[in-house]
Design a binder for this molecule. Structure first.
Ligand code: ADP
Ligand code: MG
Length: 215
């Protein structure tokens, strides 16, 4: 199993930022349909601010890096997404105290710590049509795969598939949180933009771990 340390995590952040960056029009349109249209700009700004500090990030330990991600997202990004990713990253900093790598067992920890933080901070549950849905489905898929003794590439493909399933499922959900819940249709028929950018990050994360594994 590949292990992801600080250098690989920073590469992951760069790749996730690329995928978000390339999908500017799509994500902005999704948030314009059900929210206020700023979600792409919020996420893009968060990654830009974070990656502008790359030189100092490379010298950090993994928990310190997560903490820096959290502080940057929390203070530098507008909208709900900044606060929620901020909380998720601060929870990761605690969960990974004393750890240098994300390995097989760390994947479950990585997903679980973020999901718990977002649920608590956002007062949100799975099925509420938010960024939590792909994260939570990815977590369930990884937990199930681990129970079945899967590891390495099979575990990562479970993560990817879970995230994709959770993201797609938001189209049929009525929103209970965030701006979409103030709409008469509760956003039904539209994908949640936060779920889409969360899926981008989870997909890139799984791909990066797979790459580390084959090295
Ligand atoms: P804002 O809604 O403040 O304009 P963004 O546009 O950046 O912030 O983010 C919107 C996304 O944030 C939504 O698509 C949804 O996924 C997520 N979101 C909003 N409120 C919550 C919440 N209470 N809990 C979890 N996620 C939320
Ligand atoms: Mg918005």
């Amino acid at each position: 199993m590949g292990k992801m340390g600080v250098d690989a995590y920073i590469e992951y952040l760069e790749e996730a930022h690329c995928l978000i960056y390339e999908n500017r029009d799509y994500v902005t349109r999704l948030d314009a349909e059900t929210g206020d249209g700023d979600h792409w700009a919020n996420m893009n700004m968060g990654f830009e601010k974070l990656l502008a500090k790359k030189e100092s990030l490379v010298s950090m330990e993994l928990p310190e890096l997560f903490r820096e991600c959290g502080m940057t997202m929390m203070s530098g990004v507008g909208g709900s997404a900044g606060v929620l990713y901020g909380s998720a990253y601060l929870a990761l900093a605690k969960a990974f105290a004393g750890r240098e790598f994300i390995d097989d067992a760390g994947i479950a920890l990585y997903l679980n710590a973020q999901a718990e933080a977002i649920m608590k901070r956002g007062k949100v549950k799975p099925g509420n049509k938010t960024m939590l849905d792909p994260l939570y489905e990815a977590k369930l898929a990884v937990d199930r795969a681990m129970e079945q003794g899967f590891h390495g590439a099979s575990l990562l493909s479970a993560l990817r598939d879970g995230a994709d399933k959770g993201m797609r499922a938001t189209a049929d959900m009525p929103a209970c949180k965030g701006r979409a819940c103030y709409r008469p249709d509760k956003g039904v028929g539209h994908l949640d933009p936060g779920a889409v950018t969360m899926e981008y990050q989870l997909r890139t994360f799984a791909d990066k771990l797979l790459e580390e594994e084959s090295e």
